[in-house]
Design a protein around this ligand. Structure first.
Ligand code: G6P
Length: 615
């Protein structure tokens, strides 16, 4: 995720673009940049850091006149956050300049081709490859910028929202979209371009939201032209009247960031496997694993270290790695691991999971493991974070910035990455047959749509939340792959509604928690068809006979649990190892709605922090 913004018209572009970047900072904030056309040349300034750092840099570096400009606030995907990798990017000639939100998956092969033709690259980004591809097409085919953008985009695979302009034709900006959002604000002889409407809400209430595979050329004093990228057919612009206020737009119309992030999960999961999971070809491509496969295959065991929700993702991974790849796994709280004098050898692989990449205990655990000679692999969301840099290799989740303190999309994208790794290893060490491997890839590819389906239960979940919002204690039960989901469900409720909740393996209930059960106690039981279903149904009977209230998270069409439970919430069917990606969704929504009903501060719960950089 990144934020893009642009302006062309009769006003000074700089204040509009700069203010717009500040409003889009929630989309990414590891570096920022701006390019303006001052009437004779492009003035470009960019820096690692936040938009405020850019503002300072601009003061030192460039003049800010000009009525055409583009800006970018970055959430790094390719290339660490630094000045060079920041956007905008020039083409080799210096004539073209681009900002980009998205990922060009086949940038590597295009880059190789362009290098052969003499192109030179300063950054590690996929975006610099794209702008040079546009330049190459423009020169070779002798076409205008719009056409060159269109032809180039037909060669790329991936996702993008881009804005490009040419210093030799500074009366137009070319924009295009696939997968990433792009809104165009329509003023009087002026156009605003942005990832959402927040940068231009005070200037115009008229906007066009480009659809996927559409591009537009916006020119001063001219009507906007929209075309399909693939077949060049013209599209009739459909203008929308903006009725949102600024805050609503930043939250995408959702009341809280947490709710927005819960709903972002289908895309976040897809973004995380994009370019890695090639289901049709039966391939998983992950450079961090490919380059170090021997380390994993020769490891005595994998040790996973993490904290909080990331630790729960680690627990899910334990089930996945042992079940699918037959590799022994231990999961440790980073804070315990670092102080308990653990036995670590050079034959161990340590996987550190961290959304922020800054958690102090996880970082200390990594340093300890490295000092003992273990190979350390990171699974982080924030590109270029300390943990991402400290580890020997890694794989990023591509969840985009997570603002809500209670982690949601980070969890499901961590499980996605860990599943990809486990499948890759299972295939490589021969624990999984080809056909089972293919089946898993196909099922994983279907997960975003199934998450969407699970999200549709929102209204029903709200009604369940209303019934149980005043509970003082709650129990969460699950078995196998869904035991960690029970822990995560309980953690979500504790974190944001301050209701005491405990997660337990369903069968373990009879060794203690069963004593707590009475008619006041809601028990959330994950009882999907795959995975010890009959056993969990027996556990449910045990709760029922002690008058506990049962809320079952079940597979669509379930009958047995429905017959006994007070309420059920359905999730689509999938293979057992992938069920956590679906069963987590209703538990997130339940916690969210209960917290809202109790009027708690959902996005910033008391006493907690998004990134815990102290031990
Ligand atoms: C804090 C956050 C949690 C998070 C945990 C680990 O407690 O509130 O949401 O799971 O830290 O953070 P990390 O960034 O390492 O995943």
């Amino acid at each position: 995720m990144c934020g893009i913004v642009g302006y062309i018209g009769h006003r000074e572009a700089y204040p509009i673009v700069m203010e717009g970047l500040k409003r889009l900072e929630y989309r990414g904030y590891d570096s920022a940049g701006i390019a303006l056309y001052d009437g004779s040349d492009i003035k470009l300034s960019k820096t690692k850091g936040k938009v405020a750092d850019l503002e300072e840099r601009v003061k030192e570096e460039i003049t800010t006149e000009g009525t055409i400009g583009i800006g970018h606030t970055r959430w790094a995907t390719h290339g660490v956050p630094n000045d060079v990798n920041s956007h905008p990017h020039y083409s080799n000639s210096g004539d073209l300049v681009i900002i980009h939100n998205g990922i060009i998956e086949n940038y590597d092969s295009i880059k190789t081709e362009l290098i052969k033709r003499g192109y030179v690259f300063k950054s590690d980004t996929d975006t610099e490859v794209l702008i040079n591809l546009i330049e190459e097409v423009k020169k070779k085919q002798n076409v205008k910028l719009g056409k060159a953008v269109q032809l180039a985009l037909n060669e790329v695979v991936g996702a993008y929202a881009i804005a490009v302009f040419d210093k030799n034709k500074p009366n137009e900006i070319v924009v295009a979209k696939l997968g990433s959002p792009l809104a165009i604000g329509i003023g009087d002889d002026e156009f605003f371009i942005a990832s959402d409407a927040s940068p231009f809400i005070e200037f115009t209430k008229n906007a066009i939201y480009l659809e996927d595979e559409e591009m537009a050329i916006v020119r001063r004093d001219k009507k906007i032209k929209i075309r399909k990228i693939k077949d060049d057919s013209e599209v009739n612009p459909s203008m929308q009247e903006l009725k949102f206020n600024l805050e609503q737009i930043e939250k995408g119309g959702y009341e809280h960031f947490m709710l927005k992030e819960i709903h972002e999960q289908p895309n976040a999961i897809r973004d995380t496997y994009r370019g890695r999971l090639l289901a049709k070809e039966g391939i998983i491509r992950m450079a961090g694993i490919d380059d170090n496969i021997e380390k994993f295959l020769n490891a005595n065991r994998i040790i996973i270290v993490a904290c909080g929700t990331s630790w729960h993702a680690g627990l899910v991974a334990e089930y996945i790695f042992e079940d699918l790849a037959r590799i022994p796994v231990e999961v440790e709280y980073a804070s315990e691991f670092r102080y308990r004098n653990p036995v670590i050898t050079e034959k161990d692989v340590v996987i550190a999971i961290s959304q922020s990449g800054e958690t102090a205990d996880t970082l200390a655990a990594i340093k300890l493991a490295k000092s003992k000679g273990a190979f350390v692999f990171g699974v982080c969301n924030v590109v270029g974070s300390t943990i991402a840099r400290e580890t020997n290799a890694g794989a990023y989740t591509h969840a985009g910035p997570e603002i809500g303190v209670a982690s949601t999309k980070a969890f499901t994208t961590q499980i996605t990455v860990l599943t990809l790794i486990a499948l890759k290893l299972a295939k490589a060490n021969g624990s999984m047959s080809n056909s089972v491997f293919h089946h898993h890839l196909q099922e994983l590819e279907l997960i975003p749509e199934k998450v969407k389906e699970a999200l549709k239960a929102d209204e029903h979940i709200k009604k369940v939340a209303e019934i149980y919002k005043d509970a003082k204690n709650c129990l969460y039960l699950g078995r196998g792959y869904n035991f960690p989901v029970a822990l995560e469900g309980a953690l979500k409720l504790k974190e944001i509604s301050y209701i005491h909740a405990e997660g337990y393996p369903a069968a373990e209930m009879k060794h203690g928690p069963i004593a707590l059960i009475d008619e006041q106690m809601p028990v959330f039981v994950i009882a999907t068809k795959k995975g010890h279903y009959e056993k969990v149904v027996s556990n449910i009977q045990e709760i029922k006979s002690r008058s506990g209230k049962i809320i079952g998270i079940v597979t669509t069409g379930d009958v047995d649990v429905k017959n006994v439970a007070d309420h059920v919430i359905e999730v689509p069917e999938t293979i057992e190892s992938l069920t956590p990606l679906l069963t987590t969704i209703p538990l997130q929504l339940l916690s969210y709605h209960i917290a809202v009903m109790l009027e708690k501060n959902v996005d910033q719960p008391r006493n907690l922090a998004k990134s815990v950089t102290v031990e």
